[in-house]
Design a binder for this molecule. Structure first.
Ligand SMILES: [Fe+2]
Ligand SMILES: [Fe+2]
Length: 160
């Protein structure tokens, strides 16, 4: 086995966090779909797919490392949002939490001198930079435009 039991367990937890994020983004996409903001909905559906792919990447890593995959119970996503700004803010806050969780995994892999795991996790560190910066930019433009002008942002979103 190429990972410790402790790291194996933490990665299993992370599989849960990625799936939770996937469900959360799907719920956010439904919120936008309900407001006829098709491009926002599409963007969040795409994010949902990406989070699922992240979960799959972790599953594959555990298998490749000879560990045991255990998918934890996934908490229900938040379904009620008062505004687009609230949605994007929640998404950004969540990405920040996930970044800290990835950092903790990197720290653990370093403390265990597990360079295979550290190398694998490097991809996720870069991915978090991309996801946090794009969500931060989206929050900026949503705040600038205000709720009434979201339709005009659809073009922006479709190119981001
Ligand atoms: Fe992710
Ligand atoms: Fe993410």
């Amino acid at each position: 086995m190429l990972i410790s039991e402790k790291l194996n367990k933490k990665i299993n937890d992370q599989i849960g966090h990625e799936l939770e994020a996937s469900n959360q983004y799907m719920s956010m996409a439904a919120y936008f779909e309900g407001r006829h903001l098709k491009k926002f909905a599409e963007l969040f559906r795409k994010q949902s797919d990406e989070e699922r792919a992240h979960a799959q990447k972790f599953v594959q890593f555990v298998l490749d490392a000879g560990g045991t995959v255990k998918i934890p119970a996934i908490p229900a996503p938040k379904m009620d949002f008062a505004s687009a700004e609230e949605v994007v803010k929640a998404a950004l806050d969540w990405e920040k939490v996930v970044t800290d969780k990835i950092y903790a995994l990197v720290d653990l892999s370093i403390s265990e001198n597990n360079h295979i795991a550290r190398e694998f996790l490097g991809w996720f560190v870069s991915e978090q930079l991309e996801e946090m910066s794009s969500m931060e930019q989206l929050l900026g433009v949503v705040q600038m435009s205000g709720e009434k002008n979201l339709l005009m942002l659809e073009a922006y979103v479709s190119h981001s």
